[in-house]
Design a protein around this ligand. Structure first.
Ligand SMILES: [Zn+2]
Length: 294
């Protein structure tokens, strides 16, 4: 009897939980961890962290409108929106949304964020094509294993080194391909009182791929290794006082933020981009060694 009661309760609850899960399905096995909530905070000056604990998203503000970098997962959108509001800003004031790379964990939320804000979206030519088609192309090293993003309409494109403006915010696009052929890093300046710093949102440079894809000899993406080298060269040379990455762990953001309680400049490290380049180079070297052994 007790068992039957429990079974009945289970059958009653199942459709409800199923509905909730259907409402915002998780996009992948790692997604619940990536989507752990994060209290938003000021990075420096007019730059704020509004992403989740596992996925970066940065709001750069001005009285005349804001820029948002990265939209994270589809299921991250309510958190990004709530974080922006908690900081006292309006989502409707986002005038421009840009992206690091068009994988679902960094661009999956952009379509909805565009709808909510009315912002224009800008991307590198390769990323813009992916956004408009909403399909993973064959020259993406993770083709076949990564889920596509929701389609994004009317994406404008830019060239390497181009400066984009929204309100009083000015940011520069740097093509940093390798992880995807359309990867983009961003640089801008933020000021507190009279002290202005160079901020960099550096795209992922990890050589992650589907099984069978070889960075050394891919027909679909033949210049992948040269692309990585070009991206490391950017990181080696760009002025970089504060580094933020799409996966915040890759730039030790949480350890640096903890330290800020006792040392106000803890987020600042002018060597951070070069350190990231060196670590990324090492990872690629290991990966290429395994490929050359095949
Ligand atoms: Zn990725």
């Amino acid at each position: 009897m007790r068992c039957r009661g429990l079974l009945l309760l289970f059958l009653l609850i199942l459709p409800v939980t199923h509905l909730v899960a259907q409402d915002r399905p998780s996009s992948c096995a790692d997604c619940p961890t990536w989507n752990i909530p994060q209290q938003p905070f000021r990075i420096y000056g007019n730059s704020y962290y509004v992403g989740t604990h596992g996925l970066g998203s940065v709001l750069i503000t001005s009285e005349a409108g804001h820029v948002l970098i990265d939209g994270d997962l589809p299921e991250s959108v309510p958190q990004i929106v709530a974080n922006i509001r908690l900081l006292g800003f309006k989502v409707e004031d986002i005038k421009l949304i840009v992206n690091s790379h068009v994988h679902f964990d960094h661009a999956g939320g952009i379509a909805e964020l565009q709808k909510l804000s009315g912002a224009r979206v800008a991307a590198s030519q390769w990323s813009a094509d992916v956004m408009e088609k909403g399909a993973v192309p064959r020259d993406d090293p993770q083709f076949g294993v990564i889920v596509p993003i929701a389609r994004i309409a009317r994406v404008r494109t830019f060239k390497d080194g181009e400066t984009l403006t929204a309100g009083a915010v000015v940011i520069t696009a740097h093509l940093t391909p390798g992880h995807t052929p359309g990867g983009t890093s961003w640089s801008w300046r933020s000021c507190e009182n009279n002290r202005c710093l160079n901020l960099v949102y550096a795209d992922s440079l990890t050589p992650v791929s589907a099984d069978g894809f070889l960075f050394t000899r891919s027909k679909e993406y033949p210049h992948a290794v040269e692309d990585f080298e070009r991206s490391y060269a950017f990181l080696d040379s760009t002025p970089c006082d504060i580094l933020i990455t799409p996966h915040p762990d890759f730039s030790n953001l949480w350890a640096r933020l903890d330290r800020r309680n006792s040392y106000p400049d803890a987020l600042i490290d002018p060597t951070a981009c070069r350190v990231l380049a060196a670590a990324s180079r090492e990872r690629l070297k290991v990966r290429l060694a395994t490929e050359n052994g095949r």
